[in-house]
Design a protein around this ligand. Structure first.
Ligand code: CTP
Ligand code: CA
Length: 224
């Protein structure tokens, strides 16, 4: 990279990172969730901290440890994640990596739903969750740099570009998560960077390497 101002080019910069899935309760013992290990988001939080940024990581339920040197806020639901992200503003940058559940159960049950033999099976009425990236991308306290992720199973580039526009992001990191790629839950990632002025394809990399490259690119952005 072209960095020449020491090892901590993001010193003094605040970053918000979301990671992991959200869990949307159905009743006290059941939930709806996306597949997400949190590995990519946590690696990005760690990589930004390593470059000197003050990082607030808003994490959904994951099985991995909090990154060292990062302020981690644990949440369950999308609305809680949104609240924690907004509470962390203002910030210089936001990197939204979480696999937020698009819908939640309209009215979660207070008590465990029980089977009643011979009676009808329950159906779930869903309602839309807040779009956290879109909220931040259009916020009056919008961070200078807003980055989103897009996990797609088809038409990766056109879908990601539509998200770039719709959500008010500066950059979308897109990856193909169709089952054949084996990306989901794995340790590697194969991404394309979608910007307003072009596309950049990165080779197949470990999630930690994707995180370090992205953090370096962010540092160059703030250095310029
Ligand atoms: N995102 C978010 N809040 C949501 C949904 C998504 O912050 N409620 C963020 C994700 O963290 C990611 C980006 O938006 O950075 C794209 O998420 P994705 O699920 O791919 O986009 P959606 O707009 O939900 O579109 P769809 O799932 O229909 O493809
Ligand atoms: Ca979604």
């Amino acid at each position: 990279t072209m960095l020449d101002d020491g090892e901590k080019p993001l010193k003094g910069r605040n970053a918000i990172v979301t990671s992991g899935p959200t869990h949307e309760p159905i009743d006290p013992v059941r939930y709806i969730a996306n597949r997400s290990s949190g590995r990519q988001g946590h690696a990005i939080a760690a990589a930004l901290a390593k470059l000197g940024a003050e990082v607030t990581l808003v994490s959904g339920p994951v099985a991995i440890a909090d990154p060292v040197g990062v302020h981690t806020v644990h949440v369950e639901r999308a609305e809680e994640m949104r609240d924690a992200v907004l509470a962390a503003l203002p910030a210089d940058m936001a990197v939204m990596v979480a696999a937020v559940a698009d819908w939640r159960v309209a009215s979660a049950a207070d008590q465990k739903l029980k089977k009643h033999p011979g009676e009808s099976i329950p159906t779930l009425a869903l309602t839309e969750n807040p779009d956290i990236l879109k909220t931040v991308g259009h916020h009056t306290m919008r961070p200078r740099l807003v980055i989103g992720f897009a996990a797609e199973t088809q038409d990766v580039e056109s879908n990601a570009r539509a998200k770039l526009e719709r959500k008010g992001a500066d950059l979308i990191v897109a990856n193909d998560v169709s089952p054949a790629t084996g990306i989901m839950g794995g340790s590697r990632n194969s991404v394309r960077l979608i910007r307003h002025d072009g596309v950049e394809r990165w080779p197949d990399l470990a999630k930690e390497e994707v995180a370090e490259r992205l953090a370096a690119l962010i540092a160059e952005y703030f250095h310029a």
